[in-house]
Design a protein around this ligand. Structure first.
Ligand SMILES: Nc1ncnc2c1ncn2[C@@H]1O[C@H](COP(=O)(O)OP(=O)(O)OP(=O)(O)O)[C@@H](O)[C@H]1O
Length: 270
């Protein structure tokens, strides 16, 4: 048992001989924004895939509100309150914004097709509630003006916002954001940063995010968890983490692009 909203203990994931994630323990509490950072190949995406039920753990435990996920099928994690966005957009490009966000509601729906046929009234009521929730999310994310647009015609930043809407539509307790601002310009990034803070503060949803944008990480995180080669280097408040010698070393050790990121880590500390 644990008091944490999300708790990982000694989680390991092996692919053949490689341990993509190796003995990682971390937690997220209600009201927190926690970031996972680390150089390319550090194991961040694999960790997200374990927490969201895309992949089974090799060893270790993951609990949400004290419930061990080991016996829960991966596709049911969303019903327990684990929502996520993906690194590469996974939207239905031919559907409208409303359609795409509604999909998030259906992932969570309890009424099966047979039940829907037997209890038509109930499923109609559910459908009305789902549509109302979708409208609230559209309002929250300030995308009323594009609600009926086909997603494939939208800008990348707008599509990312729709994906965020779809994840919110699953009513998560903890929301996993996988490089949500990658490819965004500064204005779009600032908008998303504001929404992430509002999601925590106004909607009471905890956030776990993978991010390469160090300014964003240092600005909005309550805590930062640093991985390298599948293992935890350190964990703490942004100001503690960005001056940690192991963190700077990890980024510098990863060649040109890593060195660039390390400069950003240090720049953020200034
Ligand atoms: N399905 C898989 N089969 C085999 N190896 C894998 C698989 N998925 C990931 N790996 C390996 O596990 C390690 C961690 O990869 P992962 O994608 O989790 O890192 P990451 O931190 O998300 O990297 P990036 O920042 O580039 O997205 C890498 O060595 C990768 O090659």
């Amino acid at each position: 048992m644990t008091d944490h909203l999300l708790q990982l203990r000694q989680v390991t994931k092996g692919f053949g001989g490689i341990k993509a994630v190796n003995g990682v323990s971390l937690h997220v509490d209600k009201g927190e924004i926690v970031s996972i950072i680390g150089p390319n190949g550090a194991g961040k995406t694999t960790l997200f895939n374990l927490i969201s039920g895309v992949l089974p753990v090799t060893s270790g435990t993951i609990e949400i509100e004290g419930q061990d996920l080991a016996r829960v099928p991966g596709h049911r994690y969303v019903q327990l309150g684990i929502g996520r966005t993906f690194q590469n957009l996974a939207l239905f490009k031919h559907g409208t914004v409303v359609d795409n966000i509604l999909v998030g509601r259906h992932w969570r729906m309890k009424t099966s097709v047979v039940e829907a046929a037997l209890h038509f009234g109930r499923s109609r009521r559910e459908e009305v509630q789902h549509r109302r929730r979708v409208e609230e999310i559209i309002d929250f994310l300030e995308i009323e003006h594009i609600r009926d647009k086909v997603v494939g015609t939208l800008s990348y930043g707008q599509q990312k916002r729709v994906e965020l809407g779809r994840a919110l539509a699953t009513d998560p307790k903890v929301l996993l954001l996988d490089e949500i601002v990658a490819g965004m310009n500064q204005e779009e990034t600032e908008d998303i940063a504001r929404f992430i803070l509002d999601i925590r503060d106004d909607l009471g949803i905890a956030i776990l995010l993978i991010e390469h944008d160090m300014h964003l990480v240092m600005d909005i995180s309550d805590r930062v968890h640093v991985l390298n080669f599948g293992e935890t280097i350190t964990e703490g408040r942004p100001a503690e983490v960005q001056t940690h010698p192991g963190v700077i070393e990890a980024y510098l050790g990863h060649g040109k692009s890593g060195a660039g990121t390390a400069k950003t880590v240090t720049a953020g500390a200034a």
